[in-house]
Design a protein around this ligand. Structure first.
Ligand code: CDP
Length: 221
């Protein structure tokens, strides 16, 4: 089990997918699950501040992750969860302890079914505190905005850089300061700054940590 946590735009998805492919593990994007719950709430016009209803929604949500796709209650929502509105909504619903409880239970069940590389904000701290390998992936805020802008443009959309920077700053702030499972580096996580590294270099650095665990005789799965 490999846990990768960090802020938006640090490169978690790219790296977690690559590391999972190299190890033959299942890649799990826990953020996509918070996004799916937020999307459902937005569509149903449920107030994302209504803790009780949001918890019920998170418990009832049938979320299926398959390589590169996510389904919510049977519908493919892979593209629908990537809008700025859903990004903001996800970090709002992620503050609610009942929503986190429901999704953490689903994430743990996925981790029990197979060997996984899971990325998010609280994977090494809360979801899998006993993960074999924990990485906190970070990057300079300006570089993180630049990368996210590239993602947005690759999806054929446009947003002023200053607006995107403000949205990311607000979300990082909310994620890092919430009371329940804030974004934080686990004490035993390796800190990696990807600002001036290529994806290959970050991937190799993580695989090196994995190999060192294996040669130390730990049972790695
Ligand atoms: O890809 P990006 O970093 O922009 O965000 P994401 O990983 O898709 O996560 C969206 C939001 O879900 C985050 O801003 C967090 O508020 C929340 N989240 C969380 O609270 N815990 C996780 N393990 C993963 C995501």
């Amino acid at each position: 089990m490999v846990a990768i946590d960090g802020p938006a735009g640090a490169g978690k998805s790219t790296i977690a997918k690559r590391v999972a492919a190299r190890l033959g593990f299942t890649y799990i994007d826990s953020g996509a699950m918070y996004r799916a719950v937020a999307l459902w709430a937005l569509r149903q016009k449920v107030d994302t501040g209504d803790m009780h209803r949001m918890e019920q929604l998170a418990m009832a949500a049938e979320i299926e992750l398959s390589p590169g796709r996510i389904r919510l209650n049977g519908e493919d929502v892979t593209d629908a969860i990537r809008t700025p509105e859903v990004s903001g909504g996800a970090s709002k619903v992620a503050v609610i302890p009942g929503v986190r409880r429901a999704l953490v239970a689903k994430q743990r069940a996925m981790g029990e079914r197979s060997s996984v590389v899971m990325e998010g904000r609280d994977i090494g701290t809360v979801v899998f505190p006993d993960a074999d390998v924990k990485v906190f992936l970070d990057a300079d805020p300006r570089e993180r905005v630049r990368r996210r802008l590239e993602d947005v443009r690759a999806a054929g959309e446009e947003i002023p850089e200053s607006a995107l920077a403000a949205q990311m700053k607000e979300r990082d702030q909310r994620d890092s300061t919430r009371a329940d499972a804030p974004l934080a580096q686990a004490p035993d996580a390796a800190y990696l700054d990807s600002t001036s590294l290529t994806a290959e270099e970050v991937e190799e650095a993580i695989l090196k940590i994995v190999r060192s665990r294996v040669t130390n005789g730990k049972d790695f799965s």
